[in-house]
Design a binder for this molecule. Structure first.
Ligand SMILES: O=C(O)CCC(=O)C(=O)O
Ligand SMILES: [Fe+2]
Length: 350
């Protein structure tokens, strides 16, 4: 039986920030994933609880309200069950999930249609997105310091709003239990989210206790390893850690030194795998992701860092996108969206 991934847990509030930066970079090189201990300093626990409450409300809203917000080529809005296919080469049908993507807000107002059911919560969603953005900037700064990039704020400055619009997205996700799916009943090989790497620079992921399902592809390129929601040492924290992972753009910027690790979400298997006791769940699963992107025109060549220059290793296993194929952040995003939303882009070409 698969054993839980041994992903390091980091406390960003450590006194020695140089050490924190180094630990973060080592985890990003070795695993591409790191747990950020959540003691409520960067993102208050109430803000996370509040965001999950709004997410539940959103997905429970009448279908017509969600359909009126159907996802567009700007990557904003609602994607219905099976609409997105994260691993088109290997999936029989699309992901068994619903998702809602929020792009930027201006003065607390969404710049896209949102379901009337959550209109009273608009400012709260905007504030949560801001908190995620601030933590992402902090992590980008630490990565720059830990890698010895010159200047150390190289990554962060590519993410400043003043540089221009970015593809950053706050995403609410709801995965129904297998038992609740009547049409297109999932078969043994079907997944809640197909194997993929993330499209931005880095991702923050919020999960709920007892709702497992995320797996990462290990360095052998074939073993899937479950990622516990509450890893050892964090059981008494006020909230599960925030999971941070490296996306394709930080892989490009570092010639693959930082790993854009392939991951997926599966249906619960029934038993708790070793290290995941208490995480066998049969109800719906909710998660929230913040996909941090630099401004769209950002060029993705390798950054000025000796560590990056010296790196002659490989790219993340099973990730066909870990090597740069395009020049800018916008071009990359467009390439990835075209591959996972075939219907949306086919309609446009007709
Ligand atoms: O729901 C999760 O745990 C992960 C979702 C994910 O990987 C994604 O949306 O990119
Ligand atoms: Fe992902």
């Amino acid at each position: 039986m698969a054993t839980a991934a041994k992903i390091p847990v980091i406390d960003l509030s450590g006194d020695d920030q140089t050490q924190v930066a180094k630990d973060l970079v080592e985890a990003a090189i070795e695993h591409g994933f790191v747990y950020i201990r959540n003691t409520g300093k960067d993102i208050p626990v109430e803000a996370i609880d509040g965001a999950f409450a709004v997410s539940k409300k959103l997905f429970d809203a009448p279908l017509s309200e969600k359909q009126a917000c159907t996802i567009q080529k700007n990557n904003r809005g609602w994607s219905a069950m099976n609409y997105e296919t994260l691993d088109p080469a290997n999936q029989r049908i699309g992901d068994f999930k619903e998702a809602f993507n929020f792009g930027e807000f201006v003065d607390g107002k969404a710049q896209q249609p949102i379901p009337p059911t959550i209109a009273p919560d608009e400012a709260q969603i905007s504030a949560f997105r801001d908190l995620c953005n601030a933590l992402s900037l902090k992590l980008n700064t630490l990565l720059g310091i830990g890698l010895g990039v010159s200047p150390p704020d190289f990554f962060t400055s590519a993410h400043l709003r003043s540089r221009g619009p970015s593809g950053s997205i706050l995403r609410f996700l709801r995965y129904p239990p297998r038992s609740a799916i009547t049409e297109l009943a999932p078969g043994a090989d079907d997944v809640r989210a197909g194997a993929h790497s993330d499209y931005g620079s880095l991702t923050l992921l919020f999960r709920l206790r007892g709702q497992p399902g995320l797996e990462i592809l290990l360095r052998d390129g074939k073993t899937w390893s479950p990622v516990p929601v509450v890893p050892p040492g964090t059981e008494d924290d006020p909230a599960p850690p925030i999971l941070m992972n490296i996306g394709d753009l930080l892989s490009y910027w570092t010639n693959g030194l930082l790993r854009s690790t392939v991951h997926r979400v599966v249906f619960p298997s029934g038993d708790s795998p070793a290290g995941l006791e208490g995480e066998a769940d049969h109800g719906p699963r909710y998660s929230i992701a913040y996909f941090c992107h630099p401004f769209g025109g950002t060029e993705l060549g390798p950054v000025p860092s000796e560590r990056v220059k010296e790196y002659k290793g490989g790219l993340a296993e099973g990730n066909p996108y870990a090597e740069r194929k395009v020049m800018t952040a916008d071009e990359h995003l467009r390439m990835r969206l075209e591959a996972s939303y075939t219907q949306l882009y086919k309609e446009g070409k007709a």
